[in-house]
Design a protein around this ligand. Structure first.
Ligand SMILES: *[C@@H]1O[C@H](CO)[C@@H](O)[C@H](O)[C@H]1NC(C)=O
Ligand SMILES: *[C@@H]1O[C@H](CO)[C@@H](O)[C@H](O)[C@H]1NC(C)=O
Ligand SMILES: *[C@@H]1O[C@H](CO)[C@@H](O)[C@H](O)[C@H]1NC(C)=O
Ligand SMILES: *[C@@H]1O[C@H](CO)[C@@H](O)[C@H](O)[C@H]1NC(C)=O
Ligand SMILES: *[C@@H]1O[C@H](CO)[C@@H](O)[C@H](O)[C@H]1NC(C)=O
Ligand SMILES: *[C@@H]1O[C@H](CO)[C@@H](O)[C@H](O)[C@H]1NC(C)=O
Ligand SMILES: *[C@@H]1O[C@H](CO)[C@@H](O)[C@H](O)[C@H]1NC(C)=O
Ligand SMILES: *[C@@H]1O[C@H](CO)[C@@H](O)[C@H](O)[C@H]1NC(C)=O
Ligand SMILES: *[C@@H]1O[C@H](CO)[C@@H](O)[C@H](O)[C@H]1NC(C)=O
Ligand SMILES: *[C@@H]1O[C@H](CO)[C@@H](O)[C@H](O)[C@H]1NC(C)=O
Ligand SMILES: *[C@@H]1O[C@H](CO)[C@@H](O)[C@H](O)[C@H]1NC(C)=O
Length: 451
């Protein structure tokens, strides 16, 4: 193996490598490709989950990741540097260097480590390899290029992670069962800050956060679109699953599906100061898709969101008590659980189809049937307040959709200070089976539920 001759593992004194250098020194270092970034500070603000985050001690060692170049798989170098610097070190992916990953990396063993991504990491476009080897995450056939987990991990550096998505967008258009990897898998991470990164061209979701606690995402820039006629589908910004005490803040998202989506068992989550463009909104769900499963989403605070060119602003989507099929790879209904204590506070919208959408009839277009089989998943204590802006022409004169499957399974849904109009100036909502909703917004039709 030639690994050791290629890999420069620099052991530096913590004081020399990580202490704040003088301004002059910073400038000089920035010109050379090998330097460790100072760990950024991203305070959680202005809202909090109500639970403190663990502290992260300084790192005492630096490891630089070498690269083979020419698009050759750098996984060997990456794994070596991470293993060398695990338990208290700082791994640097150098500026002006392009790293290629062509091997599924299981990074769930991380402990007290910083990954400083200054350069670009790109995943190979070997779709056969990735479909066979990407990590299966069980939920909705999700797979990830890598899985990052463990305890106390910080990722930053201002660099780019590129999923090389075009080949996947084109393949998916031919076969909806193509297993498109998620770009960034945060799986079983307990304590960490992931910040200052550009995420590009994900084959599917950009982030999947599962089995994780106490993780902050801050200053993440998401973009990437298809250049062919096959659009980049299911490119959610973040999906959270079986996770709690998660913050997603101060980020820019340009994508083609949910900006952020709270999947089953997402609790104590704050999402704030996001600019979302081209998405499907900030969504709870979909939930209740699988019979026999209990889905819980609670204690969510969504604050200060700018939403444009989207299908939805705030959305809660729950399947009814009877199953139905949307398409071959998306079908369900009949699952149980609860959505509770959800707040959407301060959202400005522009060119959004529905400013607010609450549905307990997801996947079931026949509302009579939906009312006949009320959802086994209750929705309660929902507050939506301080919304403003203009919707798109799509459903004009309607600006929102508020339909439960029965008033008995939806309670305490409050809309307050909602200043949303359609391009023609109306402010009408489709309402159904939500007690008292007609006192909060102007409903076109009021379906009280039942038969
Ligand atoms: C895969 O990537 C390589 C290197 O970037 C490129 O030359 C090739 O055209 C790509 N193949 C496909 C099918 O996109
Ligand atoms: C999460 O943890 C559970 C229980 O250990 C495990 O079965 C599951 O595969 C893990 N990953 C995901 C994505 O749920
Ligand atoms: C998962 O994949 C299988 C086989 O490709 C398919 O039958 C199933 O509908 C998929 N499930 C989801 C939730 O996409
Ligand atoms: C979600 O939480 C509920 C209640 O604790 C539990 O019954 C269910 O199995 C969990 N679901 C998943 C996917 O972990
Ligand atoms: C709201 O978010 C925007 C970024 O979209 C930010 O500039 C602004 O300071 C935030 N406002 C508050 C009150 O946090
Ligand atoms: C927002 O998305 C639209 C496509 O929906 C795109 O044309 C536009 O450039 C995006 N705006 C920004 C600021 O990126
Ligand atoms: C509701 O959720 C918010 C945000 O996570 C939390 O601060 C608050 O304590 C929760 N309220 C209750 C009654 O649990
Ligand atoms: C919305 O999309 C249009 C193009 O479709 C674009 O010109 C505009 O900048 C987008 N709005 C924002 C806020 O990005
Ligand atoms: C909707 O469901 C009801 C009840 O099963 C049925 O009578 C009706 O024909 C259905 N409507 C449509 C359009 O399928
Ligand atoms: C789910 O709801 C349906 C109809 O609303 C009902 O027939 C069924 O028994 C419920 N299932 C569970 C597990 O609660
Ligand atoms: C209904 O619309 C009228 C006219 O725009 C407005 O004055 C009123 O506040 C609306 N009602 C509710 C409950 O929002």
């Amino acid at each position: 193996m030639r690994i050791s001759s290629y890999l420069a593992v620099a052991l530096l004194e913590a004081s020399a490598a990580l202490a704040a250098p003088s301004l002059e020194a910073t400038r000089v270092e920035a010109r050379t490709s090998k330097h460790a970034s100072k760990r950024p500070h991203h305070p959680v603000a202005p809202k909090h989950c109500g639970r403190p985050f663990p502290s992260s001690p300084d790192r005492k060692k630096v490891c630089y990741v070498n690269s083979h170049g020419h698009g050759k798989d750098d996984s060997d170098y990456i794994l070596k540097a991470i293993k060398d610097c695990n338990n208290g070190g700082h791994v640097v992916f150098s500026e002006d260097t392009k790293y290629t990953i062509g091997t599924a990396l299981d990074l769930t063993f991380l402990k007290h480590i910083d990954l400083d991504i200054q350069g670009t990491i790109q995943f190979t476009n070997d779709t056969d390899y990735w479909q066979a080897n990407a990590f299966k995450q069980i939920f909705q056939n999700a797979t990830t290029f890598f899985q990052l987990g463990g305890t106390d991990v910080n990722v930053y550096g201002g660099g780019t992670i590129d999923g090389n998505g075009q080949v996947w967008y084109d393949l998916y258009a031919k076969d909806i069962y193509t297993l498109r990897p998620i770009l960034f898998g945060t799986i079983g991470l307990h304590g960490g800050v992931i910040s200052d990164l550009k995420l590009r061209y994900s084959p599917q979701y950009y982030n999947f956060v599962a089995n994780s606690t106490d993780v902050v995402f801050s200053n993440i820039d998401i973009a990437g679109a298809s250049v062919s006629t096959n659009i980049a589908k299911n490119t959610d910004g973040w999906d959270t699953y079986r996770s709690s005490n998660i913050v997603i803040q101060n980020s820019n998202i340009n994508n083609g599906d949910d900006c952020v989506s709270f999947k089953p068992n997402s609790t104590q989550i704050v999402v704030q100061n996001l600019v979302c463009n081209g998405s499907h909104g900030i969504s709870v769900g979909s939930l209740g898709q699988y019979i026999g499963q209990v889905d819980i989403v609670k204690d969510i605070y969504v604050y200060n969101i700018s939403m444009s060119n989207a299908s939805d602003g705030a959305r809660i989507k729950v399947w009814p008590g009877i199953s139905s099929a949307l398409s071959g790879d998306l079908q369900g209904g009949g699952g149980s659980g609860a959505v509770s204590n959800i707040t959407y506070d301060t959202m400005s919208i522009a060119n959004v189809d529905y400013a607010i959408e609450i549905t307990q009839c997801y996947g079931q277009k026949n509302l009579t049937l939906c009312n006949q089989f009320p959802s086994n998943l209750t929705i309660s204590d929902v507050s939506m307040r301080n919304f403003k802006g203009v919707t798109s022409t799509k459903f004009d004169p309607i600006v929102g959709y508020l339909v439960c499957s029965s008033p008995t399974v939806c309670s305490n849904i409050n809309l307050e200070n909602i200043d949303i109009v359609s391009p023609s100036g109306t402010n009408l909502y489709t309402c159904g089976s939500i007690e008292g909703i007609e006192n909060e917004v102007n409903c076109t039709t009021v379906n009280k539920g039942g038969n």
